[in-house]
Write a protein that binds this ligand. Structure first.
Ligand SMILES: Cc1cc2nc3c(=O)[nH]c(=O)nc-3n(C[C@H](O)[C@H](O)[C@H](O)COP(=O)(O)O)c2cc1C
Length: 339
């Protein structure tokens, strides 16, 4: 397929280490950082360098994929001043989060709460666009509306009128949350047509899980460019799969990749965090590899990171029989006792 494929922002999931891993085996056009909540103050450079460590390496992941910084907030001037700091640090682009469904961020009018106030949303976009150097692209990430997809037209008009260069549309409303079967790709097509008149790119997002769904999404939304989130983790080489360059990874390659992930975490995060992140990663993998459900259970029951590494090593060696790995832990314990 032609068109860009973008790795979505996922707070608490697609952090620096997972972005590093995933971009090392794909050719994503760019990725977007987890959201940074902006309220009241302009954060110092060191804060952004901690939140988005790629800013210290030219705004690129180790394998050279550009990283855009995502900001979440509702105060036009404060958002603009923070965006300026990110640009001065080498962010390859700025993305504004107007889609987060969390009640916590809505308390300060952030995320999807902004969909209920299109004029303020427009003000934030304008102030940020005016503050950024011309060469730094500005995108906005929205949902179709707060509760009614018909709200999208007004929202998109605000984005266009106030200088957004790109609009990423998660084809759900806030009310839809992440519920299955609520994605409405067909609602993106007229919005794409609207934005196209002003040469503004629309990126389609939501429930793209394979090469076929990517093609279908392009067909229905009329968008060339796509953003992928949850299944970019569930199928770690999803970009390659969508482009028809590779099949989804075999179990042994998955095992090797996960061991590589453990290596990246080692020495950087404490053991508790390493375990939590690895379990979370495997939890996503299980969505695309249901046959590894027992392996997931076994991983969840391990107490140490080296026990998890043992399972992953077996997966990488092809010496694990997925349906036998978890029998109340005993199968693995027996195996370990034997060796
Ligand atoms: C755990 C999780 C964290 C997310 N964090 C963010 C975020 O920080 N910023 C954002 O704009 N969207 C965030 N999203 C939304 C995704 O970027 C994406 O729009 C959504 O998951 C739909 O795409 P998908 O079906 O390909 O996953 C998050 C989604 C999930 C499930």
């Amino acid at each position: 397929m032609t068109g860009q494929i973008i790795l979505a922002p996922m707070e608490g999931v697609l952090d620096y280490y997972l972005r590093d891993l995933i971009t090392s085996i794909n050719n994503y056009d760019y990725c977007v950082s987890e959201f940074i909540r902006v309220y009241g103050v302009v954060f110092p450079k060191r804060f952004f360098l901690r939140e988005v460590p790629e800013l210290a390496t030219g705004g690129l992941t180790k394998s050279g994929t550009p990283v855009w910084v995502q900001l979440l907030g509702s105060e036009p001037k404060v958002m603009a001043d923070n965006a300026k700091v990110c640009a001065s640090l080498g962010a390859k682009g700025i993305d504004l989060n107007f889609g987060c469904p969390s009640k916590f961020v809505h308390r300060s009018n952030g995320g999807a709460a902004m969909l209920k106030n299109p004029p303020l949303l427009g003000e934030v976009i304008k102030e940020v666009r005016d503050a950024l150097p011309g060469e730094i692209p500005l995108s906005v990430k929205i949902r179709l509306g707060w509760e009614d997809p018909n709200e999208a037209e007004t929202i998109v008009k605000e984005c266009i009128a106030n200088g957004a260069n790109k609009i990423v549309i998660h084809a759900r409303t806030k009310k839809d949350g992440y519920l299955p079967n609520t994605v409405k790709w067909e609602n993106i097509a007229p919005l794409k047509e609207l934005a196209q008149k002003d040469n503004i790119t629309v990126v389609a997002n939501g429930d793209i899980v394979s090469k076929e769904t990517a093609q279908n999404c392009q067909l229905i939304t009329k968008c060339d460019d796509l953003m992928v989130g949850r299944f970019a983790i569930a199928i770690p080489n999803l970009e390659r799969v969508i482009r028809g360059e590779e099949q989804k990874l075999q179990h042994d390659k998955l095992g090797k990749l996960l061991l590589c992930y453990l290596d990246k975490l080692k020495g950087n995060l404490n053991e508790h965090y390493q375990k939590a992140r690895t379990k979370q990663f495997f939890g996503y993998i299980r969505m695309a590899y249901p046959e590894l459900g027992e392996v997931f259970k076994a991983i969840c029951h391990q107490e140490t990171i080296s026990d998890i590494a043992n399972i992953l090593t077996k997966l990488a060696q092809g010496s694990l029989s997925p349906d036998k790995v978890y029998e109340g832990k005993s199968h693995l314990q027996n195996e370990n006792a034997k060796s």
